[in-house]
Design a protein around this ligand. Structure first.
Ligand code: BES
Ligand code: MN
Ligand code: ZN
Length: 498
């Protein structure tokens, strides 16, 4: 998709369709709607009045009319945006995506959008480009017939009176983020026979080369030397060797505090059968997405490589496959993690935390002072929060607040769950330092969080349980169903804020 910014003459744009935001309860008789209404011979007011278009979020109406000398497009797309008072930059991503997706499905390839958002032009442009680009993603990569091959080729963004440089910079920033989100989604959608730990490591290396990040892949032998027996225990039953992906971004000029290092750590369980504590076969296929946290870290690092923020960032992804086998871990096994703590493995299906234990400890050993981990860690978070909010926990309230606030800015919801001594007690083991689960059916998401906390030493740490938010079971007006790339926008913005 090519994108272009314009700051005047929206209605004269040479495109197939003009897309315009309509707020709840607008009549189509003022501002840009009034102009479009006139040019279309009263069609806007009519669709609102006679066809019941209400301007609700996700609502669209495509209006077709005769071209005139004053208008070059022959269609107008009304895109509902809900309450005007609540409309923000984050919503621009949704309306741009909704417009791009619905026009693409009508086989149109060129459109212009008036997002009608008064926020800073560069921010609006970034959100619009990101939304338009992510809206085109489909999960049909492996179809040989009937693939969706329609696409929006040209996206024209109109912001009245905006500086051309703001438009340009915003669009290119949004493109970097949107394409990186699609990179994440492509990884999360890959079947596990194709995307093995070795293969994701290769793709990370290739990506790193393209965007100028340093990339190191730790082998099992290297991890063994470092004492990562917790992570390695998950992979014992698999024919696929575990890999640890380590990505480093170093800015030309570092404006951060001396000695500070922001780090993103992802769970990369390429497939989770549960191991010897095997999962029921119904819906087990969904567990190919158990590497979504890792995929989001890779996507965020990709965008960071392109956007070049002014603080250093470390990305770590622990990649394993959790399989049952004669060599697999048993419930009751005890392993020693990299930080020296001993773990009683009571359930081999609570494997994500075993991977993260060594991955966060490794990040801290590499100098990380602020760690954000992302993991499809617990079914319990799906029960608690469903698919609209990611569960967040952490050992530093300022960091948790920063993540929640940043999420609001980009349109990602995080909801905090408590952690503390009383919960940490519940994962004490009778025979080792900790056990990898609390009591069944009791605060399972928190048990996962406090387990990971045991492997953090001094770093500020935030834990994002994305089990409910990393995969969408249905399509939305602006997104296909499937992988969501949750977290990417928030992580990138955190890095940009420094
Ligand atoms: N990958 C799963 C988490 C998961 C489960 C995500 C269902 C989405 C839907 C994780 O490895 C897991 O199996 N967690 C267990 C932990 C339990 C055994 C303590 C769970 O949540 O049931
Ligand atoms: Mn599991
Ligand atoms: Zn898992």
């Amino acid at each position: 998709m090519r994108s272009q910014g314009i700051n005047k003459n929206f209605t004269e744009a040479k495109v197939d369709a003009l897309a315009v935001v309509v707020f709840k309860d607008e009549k189509g008789t003022a501002g840009v709607l009034k102009d479009l209404n006139r040019l279309s011979g009263g069609m806007i007011a009519s669709v609102i009045k006679d066809e019941g278009f209400k301007g609700g979020k996700g609502e669209t109406a495509l209006i077709r009319f005769k071209k005139t000398a004053k208008i070059s497009a022959s269609r107008i797309l009304l895109v509902g945006a809900g309450d005007k008072k609540e409309y923000s930059v984050a919503d621009v991503s949704v309306v741009a995506g909704t417009a791009a997706r619905s026009l693409r499905d009508k086989s149109l390839s060129k459109f212009a959008l008036d997002p009608r958002c008064g926020s800073a032009a560069a921010e609006v442009a970034a959100a619009a480009a990101e939304g338009a680009i992510t809206s085109q993603f489909e999960i049909d990569k492996y179809k040989t017939k009937g693939k969706n091959d329609k696409e929006i080729k040209t996206f024209v963004l109109f912001i009245d009176g905006a500086k051309p440089a703001d438009l340009r910079n915003g669009l290119s920033r949004g493109t970097a983020i949107g394409e990186s989100m699609n990179f994440t989604r492509e990884l999360a959608n890959e079947p596990p026979n194709i995307l093995t730990p070795t293969e994701i490591a290769k793709r990370a290396q290739k990506m790193a080369k393209e965007v100028g990040l340093k990339c190191q892949i730790l082998t099992e032998a290297q991890m063994k030397k470092l004492g990562m027996n917790s992570l390695l225990s998950v992979s014992l039953g698999s024919e696929q060797p575990a890999k640890m992906i380590v990505l480093r971004y170093t800015p030309k000029k570092n404006t951060g505090k001396k000695g500070e290092l922001l780090s993103f750590v992802g769970k990369g369980v390429m497939f989770d059968t549960g191991g010897i504590s095997i999962k029921p076969s119904a819906n087990m296929d969904a567990m190919k997405y158990d590497m979504s946290g890792g995929a989001s870290v890779l996507g965020a690092m990709r965008a960071i490589g392109l956007l070049k923020p002014t603080i250093p960032v470390l990305g770590v992804v622990g990649c394993v496959e959790n399989m049952p086998d004669g060599k697999a871990s048993r419930p009751s096994d005890v392993v020693t993690a990299m930080n020296g703590k001993t773990i009683e493995i009571l359930n081999t299906d609570a494997e994500g935390r075993l991977v993260l234990a060594d991955a966060v400890a490794y990040a801290e050993k590499q100098g990380a002072t602020k760690i954000v981990d992302l993991a499809t860690l617990t079914g319990a978070v799906v029960v608690a929060l469903g698919s609209h909010n990611t569960g967040i926990m952490g050992n530093d309230q300022a960091l948790v607040d920063e993540i929640i606030e940043t999420g609001k800015e980009v349109g990602e919801g995080f909801w905090q769950l408590p952690i503390g001594e009383e919960y940490s007690k519940e994962i004490k083991s009778d025979i080792a330092d900790v056990k990898n689960m609390g009591s069944k059916g009791r605060a399972g998401t928190i048990a996962g969080g406090v387990f990971i906390q045991e492997f953090i030493d001094k770093a500020k740490w935030g834990h994002l349980d994305i089990a409910g938010t990393a995969w969408a079971d249905g399509a939305k007006p602006n997104q296909s169903k499937g992988p969501t790339a949750v977290g990417v926008r928030t992580l990138v913005r955190m890095a940009e804020k420094g």
